[in-house]
Design a protein around this ligand. Structure first.
Ligand SMILES: [Zn+2]
Length: 202
């Protein structure tokens, strides 16, 4: 080291590093690769030492700062990419939800617990959509008397006898799948059989 004066030494080091920026980046990268696991676990440890709310607040701050930094053009590119790959993205998200169904359900349940008004609004929307589909899909007048006479007390799903107290009328092809609200498309079922079917076709 050619300098005894610490200030001059630091200036020398700065100049040295600046002149070899590319090389220094390479060294840093190599060092990171070599110690990757230790670095990452130290980071994770540090992160988990912070209470979860604080951590989330930090994340949000970081994300906001990132969005500030990201130039308009990059954001525009992202938007275009999402628009072009919408189906792919939705499919990936769908598969992800299926693969993590339990966790997803739990998260959703927690969300609705915190936002009961939103849960009620969504339920109301769903049943309004269903009612609309039924009105649109109604074919003639539905005759429940005819259905009872036709089905002879047998559940169309499990083929066992249905007790009066357990009787449901079920759309054979679900309304959500384009089935009609018609005498032909409605059959007797156990309440349990009907409810466990959802919109699956049997
Ligand atoms: Zn049944």
């Amino acid at each position: 080291m050619p300098y005894k004066d610490p200030e001059a030494r630091r200036a020398y080091m700065r100049a040295y590093k600046a002149a070899r920026a590319e090389h220094m980046r390479e060294l840093n990268k190599e060092s990171y690769e070599r110690h990757k696991e230790a670095i990452q676990s130290r980071r994770a440890e540090k992160r988990h030492a912070i209470p979860v709310d604080e951590r989330r607040a930090q994340d949000r701050q970081y994300q906001a700062a990132y969005r500030e930094r990201v130039p308009e053009k990059l954001r525009e590119n992202q938007r275009r990419w999402r628009a072009a790959h919408g189906d792919e993205i939705r499919e990936r998200e769908r598969l992800h939800r299926i693969a993590n169904a339990e966790r997803f359900k739990a998260t959703q349940a927690r969300y609705f617990q915190r936002h009961p008004e939103r849960s009620r609004a969504l339920q109301a929307e769903r049943s309004a959509r269903r009612r609309l589909r039924i009105i649109e899909g109604t074919e003639g007048r539905v005759s429940y008397v005819a259905i009872l006479a036709r089905d002879q007390g047998i559940c169309h799903i499990c083929k066992l006898a249905v007790a009066t107290g357990d009787l449901h009328f079920d759309h054979i092809i679900p309304i959500a799948r384009g089935g009609k609200h018609s005498t032909d498309n409605i059959a007797m079922s156990h309440s349990w059989c009907n409810l466990s079917k959802h919109t699956k076709l049997i």
